[in-house]
Design a protein around this ligand. Structure first.
Ligand code: SF4
Length: 260
């Protein structure tokens, strides 16, 4: 898959994540330096167990970050251990947000950068899928607010009036034969994923929901597309349908693509 991913977008998250790790290692070392004499006094074995666990944890995170950096910059698949990558992101992501806040970088810029890093992960796997294995997952806010049709139950309830992008996305799913669903929140999104058991997801959402969703469904590969919000958050949002179509063309088995 070679959907376009901007390198400069990725740098922000990668730099903040690496800095966060260095800071956490320094802080943990200082903390250990202060409390270890006391721990050794209480129980020498207990102190050694804690030290060993800390070493294993940080070794895992260091391995995870090296794999993430190599995969992001070299754009080859170095993700040999999903577990280390997952632990690293789970541990460091909240710290990058705090660090970003301290130096005045908005959360959403960091989240957007993380989505770019994540999209690189899907790009380097270079795997093709059957249309039945692919799910397009959309947020409810794409629907025109005054539309009365209940597309969250079934997108086929859309009457194709053209007042929102749902009609284009519905046609796209029909053209490529992929599943499509609309979620009103994280719980429904998780249920949709459990029911459909996709092997690849193209997810549209705002920065916050996308980041939460990516972490929830890991290691299922998710290509994240940020929605556009010309009327503010959660109201009459839109999405660049051509980006989703491009992703579909890249990820579906070439022999199963519709004839143009
Ligand atoms: S395109 Fe479909 S979902 Fe959008 S407003 Fe029209 S009928 Fe409703």
């Amino acid at each position: 898959m070679s959907v376009f991913v901007e390198q400069r977008n990725k740098n922000l998250f990668l730099i903040l994540m690496t800095t966060s790790l260095v800071l956490m290692m320094v802080l943990t070392t200082l903390l250990w330096w202060f409390i270890s004499p006391r721990l050794h006094e209480i129980n020498h074995t207990f102190a050694l167990v804690i030290l060993t666990l800390l070493r294993i944890f940080y070794l895992t995170v260091v391995v995870g970050i090296i794999l993430i950096l190599l995969t992001s910059y070299v754009e080859r698949n170095f993700l040999i251990t999903n577990r280390a990558v997952r632990i690293t992101i789970r541990f460091l992501f909240p710290i990058t947000i705090v660090l970003g806040r301290l130096i005045g970088i908005p959360k959403d810029r960091i989240r957007e950068s993380y989505v770019s890093v994540n999209n690189t992960f899907t790009k380097v796997v270079k795997k093709s899928y059957d249309p039945k294995e692919v799910l397009i997952l959309l947020p409810h806010c794409l629907q025109f607010t005054e539309c009365q049709y209940r597309i969250t139950i079934d997108i086929n309830n859309c009457r194709e009036c053209g007042k929102c992008t749902i009609v284009d996305l519905k046609k796209l799913s029909e053209k490529y034969g992929v599943k499509i669903a609309i979620a009103t929140g994280g719980t429904l999104a998780r249920r949709i994923i459990i029911q459909n058991r996709p092997k690849f997801i193209i997810a549209v959402a705002c920065e916050r929901d996308l980041v939460d969703g990516l972490q929830d469904v890991f290691p299922i590969p998710v290509y994240g597309v940020l929605n556009e919000r010309p009327f503010g958050p959660c109201v009459n949002t839109a999405v660049a349908v051509d980006i989703i179509e491009k992703a579909l063309k890249e990820v579906l088995k070439p022999e199963l693509l519709p004839k143009e």
